[in-house]
Design a protein around this ligand. Sequence first.
Ligand code: PEP
Length: 250
Amino acid sequence: MRRPLIAGNWKMHTNILEAYLLVSEIGKCAAGLDDRDVLLAPPNVALSSVSRVLQDSDVLLASQNVCWAEKGAFTGEISPTMVKAVGGVASIIGHSERRQIFHEDDEMINKRVLGALKFGLMAIFCIGETLEERESENTFEVLESQIRQGLAGVSSEDMQKTVVAYEPVWAIGTGKTATKEQAQEVHAFIRKLLAEMYEKDVAESVRILYGGSVNAENVDELMAQPDIDGALVGGAALKADSFCRIINFN
Ligand code: PEP
């Protein structure tokens, strides 16, 4: 049985005060939710203040990206040990905004995944096809290539500390959600591929999140799908009331 995970990606939103206020509200509505994991990924500058608010809570903290190295000349990056030092347990890696705006390729994303895992962080590894790729019926090919390259060298043991987030690029921040059938079809494909790459029980234990315009209205039907184990939420994670409804999915 896979434990559901709802992750909120705040992207480049919230200053320290706004982050403090938002996490305080979310912390209250997440209290007592013991059959699911809730995770927040604030901007790096707010990690430590958010961490302080979460000190006595079960809500998990993550960075929105992470470097493969522990320290060094990597201007603008955050290291896995820095994330851990502020109480972080995970990092989002390979988000489509990193891939598209900052041109992070599969090779770099793979380095980040391996680096996160090496230093004991959970890797939330994001994949997804563009609208053009979907319309030209290349979705599965694109996803397979992202998965095989992004997870190259990840052991079975580390795969169990990895979460896959399927985020169709055309559904991120657009208000267009994949239908529950479209999402389930892709999630089942990802699990089948993981079973080919790893053992079947590893594939069965990996959590696969859906991301792309998840909101209070569509979360229940998405979460009812057999291979959807959680959600990666952007816009709707920035308002306490919508995120609270999402984490309380039925
Ligand atoms: C995301 O940024 O990962 C995301 C899914 O955003 P949104 O929920 O706003 O589509």
